[in-house]
Design a protein around this ligand. Sequence first.
Ligand code: PEP
Ligand code: MG
Length: 559
Amino acid sequence: MISIQGKGVSTGVAIGPLYIYRRAKSTIRRYKVEDKEIEWARFKAAQMKAIEQLGLLAEKARAEAGDDAAFLFETHQMMAEDVDYEEAIQSGIKEDGLNAEAVVTDVGAQFAEMFANMDDAYMSARAADVKDVSGRIINILSGVVQGGIDSDVPVILASDDLAPSETVQLDKSKILGFITAGGSGSSHTAILARTMGIPAIIGVGDQVKEEHEGREVIVDGGTGNIVIDPDPDTREYMIQKRKEQLRKLELLNQLKSLPNITKDGQEIRVYCNIGNPEDVHAVLANDGGGIGLFRSEFLYLNCDDYPTEEYQFEAYKQVLSDMDGKEVVIRTCDIGADKMIDYFELPKEDNPALGNRALRICLNRPEMFKTQLRALYRASAFGKLSIMFPMVTSVWEVKEAKKLCEQVKAELTAEGKPYSDEVDIGIMIETPAAAVISDRLAKVVDFFSIGTNDLTQYTLACDRQNNDLGRFFNAHHPAVLRLIKMVCENAHKEGCWCGICGELGADLELTETFLSIGLDELSVSPRSVLPLRQKVRETTVSEVRDKLLDDLMSDMVTI
Ligand code: PEP
Ligand code: MG
């Protein structure tokens, strides 16, 4: 039995075989083949497999997001069997005698360049598609599995680290738990694991090795403990622990449909954070009162090219319809920093967290931004939508974004397309600048949602991705809590509501403080709704308010 200690970032116990995640090889081997016919047959088999995979993806996209979304994969299918493309590959293999991976790489690059140089904007945009199709065929040839998991049974997935774009593309039905060598608790991968309710442990370094693959492993996302080849006693103990957790969950289920109200009658809304339309099931199953943060950029991360208005419209409409009139706050695209996407072609930056990200990109690319706003407003006809802008630092940014909203509404009116006139506009408070000028910002919006993950990172000058910062990254720091209090007071003075959608919102050690401050809403991962409701219902806020607010301002607190 091997015991490994990491940092638990998503609770729960899971047992299953260990699977090492392998990403596509970045270097393609290049060599002369002995038998050109066999190599050609190898290419043809990979091409067929790619076409088959793309057909399945098209079906899935059609069911989830309509014909437009399916069309992208159908175009890829056509490219994979394009006659010119195939002939060029045939000549590379049969005439030059090169291995299929190398030939597909070369031909893919040539065709992509040819498309990129075309004057027609539609055709030049096809360069990314050719690269994508070629990448798929190369992955099949080199045995890399799309979606990352080549296993018939669900597994505990171990990896050096996972980018958000990789996490969203994994087949979740095959994942019982996550283990990563690096990472941090407020990284987006940890956040996604919590949203999906999958136990996760980070920061294990090189302790999980290739040779452990296939062996039975237990992860305890609460304690951060990992056991490989558990002995019978440990195995039994962990199974009992899992049963106990399920029993507690049963008890929590009894709180469903009850209000989030303190013993002395103070109510707070408990909403959920989601990353894609399918997460709504978990919101409803956990009795979330609404959606306080839909991270719309995960739609972008799931696509190989800018998602079309239609694709986004279908996704937002689905969430709003499924939520059946409950409030849904959709955050506009928050790409950049750790959430990078190739097709955005963002210049490399030394400090991406301080660079071109989120609303900054959207304001610099108004056409892209308007595509999203059009999809959002069109979807607003199907439920109670609120729109939220991320990474604000100045009032002018909000005014400029709101002007684009007005333009979009005018366009939709002219086109006779319906939208709701009651869409609230809010912003995330994620920067110290936004917190400090929240008195001014409150005059131009309807609500604030405090993004404590970024607000902590920027206030304490601590990279949220860096697990080594340990005790320096302290989200309970009075600097952060005082900013939250100030932001909430400024919101209320202007009649705005104020909530928290960062991970701190689910921290039960702070629930009494948040109630004392008077926050109106906490938006948390679906699994955290009922524990939070339980905590709220146990609290008598009038008994603790004065002391907790004094503590916030006191010079007795160790900083
Ligand atoms: C935050 O910064 O707290 C937040 C909710 O946004 P994200 O974690 O997606 O950056
Ligand atoms: Mg943020």
